[in-house]
Design a protein around this ligand. Structure first.
Ligand code: ZN
Length: 475
C-alpha cells in the first residue's frame, strides 16, 4: 500500500481555494534558531520510568516508554542528540501548580495503606481510571522532572528542541487526578518556560481534549492552548467544545478543534496546518510545547481516528519547521507497539534522520509482529465522519476567533513566582477593566453571537464508539 504524500499541492488546493485572503496569518517567523546551522536536540529519558504498573488490565502501560527508548537507541538516533537522565521533580516544584493536600496524599498513599485514605479517593478522583499503584508519586516525579528539566534546557538556550516521551499527562488538575494523569507535567513545564519566554504556545494532538492544560491557563494571554481532539460531548473528558475560547485576559487564547470519528491523514494534516499557521502567525509564540498523544493513531485501543504514524509525524514536522524553541512530550497511546513506533519516528523527524521501515533487531522485536515495520497500516478501521463541509466550518470558526486577537498581544510580563496561583487565576482588576471597556463589550457581544450561531448539525452525535472495554471512554 503506497503512503500518501501530505505535500501534495492538489490536495491542499482543494481545501484552500476559497480562503486565499487569509494569507495575512501565514507569516512564519524564525527566532533564535536561525542563528544555529544545525538544530540541537536534547532527549530526556529516565531509565526507571517504564517500570511502573497501573495494574494488569489497565490500558496505560509505562512499559511503552522502555519500548520507545529501545527503538530510538537501536535505530542509532542517540548519536544525533544529547541524552540526559533527568532528575526527579521535587515536592516544591510539583507544588508550583498542585495543591498541598493533594500532593501530600500522592506522597503518602500506597496500595498497602490505601484503606485509610478511602474517604478522600473521590475528592482526589482516585479509583479505576487513576488507581493507586506502587511508587505512584515517584513515577510522577520522574516524568514531571524530565519535563521541567527539558524546559530549563530551552530557557538556558542549551538546545533548540527537547524531547520527553514520558511526559504529556495533560488531564491532571490542580487538586485531582484525571484520565490516568496525576501530576500535570505540561503545566509545570509551561510555568517554567513563562519565567523566560513572553508567550508560550501549547499544541495537543492526543485524541482527548487537553483539558488540564487549558484549564490552568484559561485566563491568561501569555499561553495559547490549541487542542485537536474527538468531541461529541460524551467522549472523555467531555470538554473541548469549539466555544471554549478562554476567559478574562485569556479570552480567545484557548483554541479547540473538535473532530468526529475516523478522521483520515489528509483531512487531519490539512486542518492542522491551516490552524497552526494561523495560530503561530497571530500569537507569535516565543516557545512551543507539543503534546504528541499517540491515541489519535488508527487502531489505538481507546481511540477512534484513522491516522497513520506518517500523518501524526507530519504534524510534528510542521511545528518543527517554525524553528521556535520546542518542548515535545508524549501523552496517551494505548496500543503499545504503535506508540513506540510513533514516538521513535517522531524522534527521527526532530533530528532530521530518515529511518528504514524495517525495524532494527532488538530485544523487544516480538512486540512488532507480524510485519516488523516502522509504518504498519493503521487506517480504515472506521469511516471518516468528518466531511469537507464540516472541516471547512471548523477552520472558519477558528480563523474567526483568531481575528479578534489582531496580532501578538503586548506583553506586560506578569511575574510568575511568587504568586503563581494568582497568575493562573487571572487578575480580577484587569478582568473588570476589560469588561467595562469598549473592547470588552465588543468581545462579549461577539461571543454571544458566536454562541448563538448554529454549530453542530446534530448534537445527537452517536458515532458508535468502539466500546471494547470498561476503559473505552477514558483517556
Ligand atoms: Zn488521550
Amino acid at each position: 500500500m503506497p503512503r500518501r504524500s501530505y505535500n501534495d499541492e492538489s490536495v491542499v488546493a482543494t481545501f484552500t481555494e476559497e480562503n486565499n485572503s487569509k494569507k495575512k496569518y501565514m507569516s512564519p517567523r524564525s527566532v533564535r534558531l536561525a542563528s544555529h546551522d544545525k538544530t540541537r536536540v536534547a532527549y530526556f529519558h529516565d531509565e526507571g520510568v517504564g517500570n511502573y504498573h497501573y495494574g494488569e488490565r489497565h490500558p496505560m502501560k509505562p512499559h511503552r516508554l522502555t519500548l520507545t527508548n529501545h527503538l530510538v537507541l537501536n535505530y542509532g538516533l542517540h548519536d544525533k542528540m544529547e541524552i540526559f537522565q533527568p532528575r526527579r521533580a521535587t515536592d516544591s516544584e510539583i507544588l508550583e501548580f498542585h495543591a498541598d493536600d493533594y500532593v501530600d496524599f500522592l506522597k503518602r498513599v500506597t496500595p498497602d495503606n490505601a484503606e485509610q485514605f478511602e474517604q478522600v479517593f473521590s475528592k482526589f478522583n482516585v479509583g479505576d481510571d487513576c488507581p493507586i499503584f506502587p511508587g505512584i508519586y515517584e513515577f510522577c516525579q520522574r516524568y514531571a522532572g524530565a519535563t521541567i528539566e527539558a524546559a530549563r534546557k530551552l530557557i538556558a538556550n542549551g538546545a533548540d528542541i527537547c524531547i520527553n516521551w514520558s511526559g504529556g499527562l495533560h488531564h491532571a488538575k490542580k487538586c485531582e487526578a484525571s484520565g490516568f494523569c496525576y501530576v500535570n507535567d505540561i503545566v509545570l513545564g509551561v510555568l517554567e518556560l513563562l519565567r523566560y519566554f513572553p508567550r508560550v504556545l501549547y499544541v495537543d494532538i492526543d485524541i482527548h481534549h487537553g483539558d488540564g492544560v487549558q484549564e490552568a491557563f484559561y485566563s491568561t494571554d501569555r499561553v495559547m492552548t490549541v487542542s485537536f481532539h474527538k468531541y461529541n460531548g460524551d467522549f472523555f473528558p467531555g470538554t473541548g467544545h469549539i466555544d471554549e475560547i478562554g476567559s478574562s485576559l485569556g479570552k480567545y487564547y484557548s483554541v479547540n478543534v473538535p473532530l468526529r470519528d475516523g478522521i483520515d491523514d489528509v483531512s487531519y494534516v490539512w486542518l492542522f496546518k491551516e490552524v497552526i499557521d494561523a495560530v503561530i502567525g497571530t500569537f507569535q509564540p516565543s516557545a512551543i510545547v507539543l503534546q504528541c498523544g499517540a491515541d489519535s493513531l488508527g487502531c489505538d485501543r481507546l481511540g477512534c481516528f484513522n491516522l497513520s504514524i506518517g500523518a501524526h509525524g507530519k504534524c510534528v514536522q510542521i511545528i518543527k519547521e517554525f524553528k521556535i524553541p520546542l518542548l515535545v512530550v508524549g501523552g496517551g497511546g494505548y496500543t503499545v507497539r504503535n506508540v513506540a513506533r510513533c514516538w521513535t519516528y517522531e524522534t527521527s523527524i526532530l533530528v532530521d534522520t530518515e529511518l528504514s521501515n524495517d525495524l532494527p533487531p532488538n530485544e523487544y522485536i516480538d512486540f512488532f509482529r507480524p510485519d516488523y515495520q516502522l509504518h504498519p497500516h493503521l487506517s480504515g478501521r472506521l469511516n471518516n465522519m468528518n466531511d469537507r463541509q464540516y472541516l471547512l466550518k471548523v477552520r472558519e470558526r477558528v480563523m474567526e476567533q483568531l481575528r479578534y486577537l489582531d496580532g501578538a498581544p503586548s506583553i506586560q510580563m506578569q511575574e510568575i513566582p511568587p504568586d503563581i496561583q494568582g497568575f493562573l487565576d487571572g487578575d480580577a482588576e484587569l478582568r473588570d477593566a476589560e469588561d467595562d471597556s469598549e473592547i470588552g463589550k465588543e468581545h462579549r457581544r461577539r461571543r454571544e453571537v458566536m454562541a448563538e450561531a448554529e454549530w453542530y448539525e446534530g448534537d445527537d452525535d452517536n458515532d458508535g464508539e468502539a466500546v471494547d472495554s470498561v476503559w473505552a471512554e477514558d483517556s
